[in-house]
Design a binder for this molecule. Structure first.
Ligand code: ATP
Length: 359
């Protein structure tokens, strides 16, 4: 009998619902390869909920999500709502409550996609960023005094713990072991952040010593952004703090062609609670309602979800179908230089998928 996996869907705002719809259809077909079934539950949370009720989600939203195996998220955000409200009202509580301490974000240069960098061959850029996802600069600790006065002052605290640093660094090394190049790069700014990021560097050195077969480098963030452009091929597994990982992965996404291809997973590898899968991009207010959002980032995020659900054939089938669609190049959205719609790209991936898994 087919195994049923229960998935919470937060399609969210802007282009979120459009790209999530395509991802769901593709995932549904792909899991046939593993004789599994996905059972979706939709939660209409996001900025519409905020406009109606003053919060991004009902007060008990974390308890509601707890029993699910995974969460598939589209995007949250609205030009009229400050980003810190949408982040702190929904995404960050989910990442923290379910201890999704790994934010995994791959960047791969597919055949048929042009990098904005000259002369890059398909597959030559193939990097995996492990972004720390529960602490660092995103802890929402701080305060403001003298609001509205000239003396107005804000304090923003970053939190680095030995446990938090070591576990994300160890996760990066574990995965690097199974990749051909076996290399881990750690990115900090420990010359200027002499407490938290020096602790990070010490943790990196300690964990690296447990993996002598893996080569390492430590770069400051300013150098790393330069090298992401100058020699992106040299990066294999990259591990960075919450803020630096976020910035580096937008750069990684554009270096391999488009924000519309960048997938991510917020993962608790211990599986105590649901992990969450979402495209790196946001609600893309500039293209909302036009039906031209690239659904491939959401579709590739669904593939990462299937990996997490231990449905490897389906996950691999999705990646092959996406690669084939991009290679053929007939159907692509405007961010990749084409004229196709979100739905047409979704349909092209489904067609590739159906010919590979229903042969
Ligand atoms: P948010 O505040 O929700 O993060 P944003 O506008 O700051 O929104 P993104 O939504 O990530 O950030 O959009 C950045 C740019 O990339 C925009 O020009 C957007 O149109 C483009 N973009 C993002 N996602 C896609 C996509 N799936 N397909 C095509 N273009 C996209």
């Amino acid at each position: 009998m087919a195994r049923v996996h229960r998935i919470a869907v937060i399609a969210g705002d802007g282009i979120g619902p459009d790209v999530t719809r395509e991802a769901q259809q593709v995932a549904e077909m792909a899991v046939e390869a593993d004789s599994a079934v996905l059972e979706w539950s939709d939660f209409p949370w996001g900025t519409d909920h905020y406009f109606a009720q003053g919060t991004m989600a009902p007060p008990d939203f974390l308890e509601t999500l707890a029993p699910f195996e995974a969460i598939l998220l589209g995007a949250v955000g609205h030009p009229k709502v400050q980003d810190h409200v949408t982040l702190n009202g929904l995404l960050l509580p989910i990442r923290r409550r379910f201890d999704q301490y790994i934010c995994l974000r791959p960047s791969y240069l597919y055949e048929g996609v042009a990098s904005p960098l000259a002369g890059k061959l398909p597959g030559s850029i193939d990097l995996l960023v492990f972004r720390e996802n529960t602490e660092g600069e995103y802890v929402d600790v701080g305060g403001r005094v003298y609001r509205g006065f000239p003396e107005e002052t804000a304090l923003q605290t970053a939190v680095f713990t030995r446990r938090g640093c070591e576990r994300i660094i160890r996760a990066a090394f574990e995965v690097a072991q199974s990749r051909p190049r076996r290399r881990v790069s750690s990115i900090t700014k420990s010359n200027a952040q002499g407490y938290g990021m020096v602790l990070w560097d010490e943790c990196f050195a300690r964990v690296a010593a447990e993996y002598p077969a893996i080569s390492t480098e430590s770069l400051l963030i300013d150098r790393a952004v330069m090298e992401f452009v100058r020699r992106p091929e040299s990066f294999d597994v990259v591990v960075a703090s919450n803020l630096f990982g976020d910035i580096l992965t937008d750069l990684g996404a554009i270096v391999v062609g488009s924000m519309g291809l960048a997938a991510s997973g917020n993962i608790d590898p211990t599986r105590r609670g649901p992990s969450m899968f979402e495209p790196v991009h946001g609600s893309a207010p500039d293209i909302v309602g036009k039906g031209i959002a690239n659904p491939l980032a959401a579709i590739l995020s669904a593939a990462m979800m299937l990996d997490h659900l231990q449905l490897p054939r389906g996950a691999e089938a999705i990646r092959r179908a996406v690669a084939a669609t991009l290679r053929a190049g007939r159907v692509r959205t405007p961010d990749l230089g084409g004229t196709s719609s979100t739905r047409e790209v979704g349909a092209a991936v489904l067609a590739e998928l159906s010919s590979s898994i229903r042969r």
